[in-house]
Design a protein around this ligand. Sequence first.
Ligand code: FMN
Length: 318
Amino acid sequence: MKIANISLPNNLFLAPMANVTNLAFRMLCKKYGASLTYSEMISADAVVRQGEKTMQRGMTCEDERPFCIQIFGNSPETITEAALILEEIYKPAIIDVNMGCPAPLIVRQECGSVLLNFPSLVYDIVNRLTDNISTPVSAKIRVVDDMEKTLEIARTIEDAGACAITVHGRTREQMYSGTSSLKYAKAIKKELSIPVIANGDIKDGESAKHALQYTGCDGIMIGRAAIGHPYIFRQISHYLENGESFEFDHCTQQVNDFMEYIVLLEKYGIFSLGDVKAQSKAFTKGVLGSRHIREELNDKKTIESIIGVISEMCAGTD
Ligand SMILES: Cc1cc2nc3c(=O)[nH]c(=O)nc-3n(C[C@H](O)[C@H](O)[C@H](O)COP(=O)(O)O)c2cc1C
């Protein structure tokens, strides 16, 4: 598929996820077939202030390209200023604007899903960006209860010059509860001519196939199902190509991926014990002895000792 002038080998995208989609994690998802990967959301205000930790979130490498940087904010001027800095340093294929985050920390700053209440601000943000940066601009939205209002936001984003839109079929009030409705992405796809990407509750080959068929969308975006399980991209692409699942050794896969994740963190200079501990639960979910591994990791301070613990576990699962 194509977005703006970017040719992508498939239509499976990794969702932006704060504290998850760092470069190491994104590289694993790329390896298993995500064609477009998204950074964690980056604060436009913090970029303009040159916050070092914030800037690190945009870090990429040649093997990852094409990749997308997601930005959040509410001032068209600041978002554009931040986007100019990010495009200069990281040269992303796309800059995406977060218009869906319901987290209290973001909502309190009147960013993320709050923007959906203000279609003219949505227009100004996207329009100012597309007028001033050379990178294509996309937006990721949640839905609002009213279909017509949701369609109005989507049209506004297209009219303002966006190259694509992602639709997570939950409202802000739902947070992550209930189910994500695909009917909004379907209706938006019918109306718009830019690519539309469906997102929400896609967790395996069957749900991926259903989302594509039902909505007619150009692509699908996978979030939570990839946490601790980047191999999901291989499973889904296999299912979409062949109409069936394949058998694999879940334990070995999870443990090997976790080990590779740690090696990649070190390679890109973003290793932190806190992150490894946070991800250990996800990467060892369902693996025999996973509680033991998490306990063992608690006392480990060096990358060698962490890898030692994980490789022992791997041997136990062979
Ligand atoms: C831990 C976590 C962090 C997230 N961070 C972001 C973010 O930075 N930007 C964003 O647009 N959405 C974020 N989301 C929402 C996801 O991108 C996605 O829209 C949502 O999880 C629904 O897709 P899923 O059902 O495949 O998980 C986050 C979700 C989770 C679970």
